[in-house]
Structures are given as structure tokens and as C-alpha cells.
Design a binder for this molecule. Structure first.
Ligand SMILES: [Ca+2]
Ligand SMILES: [Ca+2]
Length: 307
């Protein structure tokens, strides 16, 4: 249970962002990449968005003039590239994105920065992974290669049928608790919108609410049956958190990554669970598929609950 709680705290701090592939590049400059491992270490990937020119800015006028010259001359400064690529200028000073040489990635500070690819190969960091994936661009191998999970590759036990059915019980309870925690902490942070707060308020104030803690699967199942209504919004809310690139009612492998990648090493049914969520096997998890996976009844699936 410990891992769930740790995971919760990281998410509550809005720090949980696993490396996702092919996200809109606009976001990359302003975002640091934080990853939670079971001891809850947050690693901020400073190379993303660190502007070397800004770092050089000093208190001397002369230095500032130099900085401005560089800004004017370097077309790469406002040219963003997706993960695994860096900007270079060609002969006519036009910026373009080229694959990053993995050897230029920052040296990883430890095992917690390692990631495991779907090729079952451990990469030093997500930077190394995406640079290596870029080098395979256009090939079948590259197309199939994804970041599987955070941490070095390890043996993950097969998920048995009975274990698979336990997964949504814990996950649902956890989602509800994440929302309640966000609600409790929201005073200063603006973690939830007003509309979301109203929804969570009802859950928070419900006296029948199962308090966060370690509960038996029987109790979780019983609570889901008895207090089913409390789970409808959390399941929709998590879908909305992930469905961002683009917001289209479908989760791609990339969109699911922030939830999936840190979870796999801790919950061995993660992969199988999300695979079977994609009922029509089109590689996308639609809202209907997602909600059904978490036991939400068809008549309660409502895209208007995502706001
Ligand atoms: Ca989407
Ligand atoms: Ca699908």
C-alpha cells in the first residue's frame, strides 16, 4: 500500500509527469519533468527549458548586450523540438530539429533516472531513451519502441486473472483519495477548478466515505457497491487529466504514459489492465472504454463530467 500513498502525494503536488512521447512541443520549454519512484524522489530535468543565455545573464551591462545579440542571432531560441531532438541551424541559418546524440544527454544521477523501453532495454535516462528512439525514426523498430516504465528493466511477474480484477478496486479508491487530498490542499494552489471542487466537496463531506488507508479488497469491493456514486467523478477526472494531447476523448499510449510508466514497476497488472481497457484494440482508450474498465455503468458515463 505504501507505493500507492507515495504516488498519491506526488500527484497531489502536481509533480507527476513521466516522460511522455511526442507531446506538443510548446509545453516543453516551461515544464520540468518530475518522476516519482517508490521513495518519492523528484527529479527535475533541468535541461528542458533551461536557456543557456539566461544562465549567462549577469549584472553587467556589457554582458546583457551580448545576450541580446545572441537572442537576435540564434533562430533556435524560439524553435522547440520534441523529446529526442535538438535544434540546429542549417547553412541558410534556418532552424531545424535533428536527433540528439545520446552522448550529449546529462549523465544520470542514479538508478532512479533509468527508464525501461518496450524493447526491454534499460536506458540511462529518458533523454537517452528518446535520443535513441529518434535515431530509429522511420523504421518499424522505432515505431514500436515506447518508454515502458520508470526505473531499470526488471522481471515483472505475469498478471493472473484474479489479480487483474483486484487492480481497479485499488485504483478507483486511490483516484478518489487523490481528489480528496487535492481538495484539502487546494486553498493556495488552485489544484482544482471551481466546478471540480464542487464535485469533490460532495465526496469529501459524505460521511459514508471510506477514509484513505489500507483496506482489504473485500472492503473496497463492498464500498464500491455501496457508495458507487462517489467513484463516478474521480474516474472521469483522471481521464480528463490524461486526455490532453489532443483533447479528443481518446487516450494514446503517450497520453497514458504519465500514469502508466511510474505504476508498472509497482503494480504488475498495470500493462495488462490498460491493454484490456482498449476493448476494440484500436490502440486508443476511449472514455467509454476507460470508464467501463473501472466499473462505471454505461448510463453514468458522461463526457460533460470532464472539465
Ligand atoms: Ca487524446
Ligand atoms: Ca479503443
Amino acid at each position: 500500500m505504501r507505493v500507492w500513498i507515495v504516488f498519491l502525494l506526488c500527484l497531489a503536488g502536481k509533480a507527476l509527469t513521466a516522460p511522455a512521447e511526442e507531446e506538443p512541443v510548446v509545453e516543453e520549454a516551461s515544464r520540468s519533468v518530475c518522476v516519482c519512484v517508490c521513495v518519492c524522489v523528484c527529479v527535475c530535468d533541468l535541461e528542458v527549458g533551461t536557456n543557456p543565455v539566461q544562465v549567462e545573464t549577469g549584472e553587467f551591462d556589457e554582458a546583457i548586450e551580448v545576450v541580446e545579440d545572441v537572442v537576435a542571432e540564434n533562430p533556435c531560441l524560439n524553435h522547440h523540438c520534441k523529446k529526442g531532438k535538438v535544434c540546429e541551424v542549417d547553412d541558410s541559418n534556418t532552424p531545424m530539429c535533428v536527433c540528439q546524440d545520446p552522448s550529449t544527454c546529462p549523465t544520470s544521477a542514479g538508478e532512479f533516472e533509468h527508464v525501461c523501453g518496450t524493447d526491454n532495454k534499460t536506458y540511462d535516462s529518458s533523454c537517452h531513451f528518446f535520443a535513441s528512439k529518434c535515431a530509429l525514426e522511420g523504421t518499424k523498430k522505432g515505431h514500436k519502441l515506447h518508454l515502458d516504465y520508470i526505473g531499470p528493466c526488471k522481471y515483472i511477474a505475469p498478471c493472473l486473472d484474479n489479480e487483474l480484477s483486484e487492480f481497479p478496486l485499488r485504483m478507483r479508491d486511490w483516484l478518489k483519495n487523490v481528489l480528496v487530498t487535492l481538495y484539502e490542499r487546494d486553498e493556495d494552489h488552485n489544484l482544482l477548478t471551481e466546478k471540480q471542487k464542487l464535485k469533490v466537496k460532495k465526496i469529501y463531506e459524505n460521511e459514508k466515505r471510506l477514509q484513505a488507508g489500507e483496506h482489504s479488497l473485500d472492503l473496497l469491493a463492498h464500498d464500491f457497491e455501496k457508495n458507487y456514486n462517489m467513484y463516478i467523478f474521480p474516474v472521469h477526472w483522471q481521464f480528463g487529466q490524461l486526455d490532453q494531447h489532443p483533447v479528443d476523448g481518446y487516450l494514446s499510449h503517450t497520453e497514458l504514459a504519465p500514469l502508466r510508466a511510474p505504476l508498472i514497476p509497482m503494480e504488475h497488472c498495470t500493462t495488462r489492465f490498460f491493454e484490456q481497457c482498449d476493448a476494440d484494440a484500436d490502440k486508443y482508450i476511449a472514455l467509454e472504454e476507460w470508464a467501463t474498465c473501472f466499473g462505471i455503468k454505461e448510463q453514468d458515463i458522461d463526457k460533460d463530467l470532464i472539465f
